[in-house]
Design a protein around this ligand. Structure first.
Ligand code: SF4
Ligand code: SF4
Length: 62
């Protein structure tokens, strides 16, 4: 079983908190929005979900 992080770009406010908190560097900022460029590395810890005040991130179990 794996995990797939998803960012709702309409909700993302570009605060970069998810970039800073993720222990395996899943996220990078592209044009002011967070993108899960290394999604396959996700551990499912949900630290990014907790830190995102915009509620833009969901972790899908795959
Ligand atoms: S923590 Fe949320 S609002 Fe901030 S950059 Fe990440 S996805 Fe966007
Ligand atoms: S759930 Fe954890 S490992 Fe996965 S993207 Fe969020 S902070 Fe990174």
């Amino acid at each position: 079983m794996g995990f797939n992080p998803i960012v709702d770009e309409d909700k993302c406010q570009g605060c970069e908190q998810c970039v800073d908190v993720c222990p395996v560097e899943v996220y990078e900022m592209v044009d002011g929005k967070s993108h899960p460029v290394n999604a396959e590395e996700c551990l499912g810890c949900e630290s990014c979900v907790e830190v995102c005040e915009a509620g833009a991130i969901t972790i899908e179990e795959t």
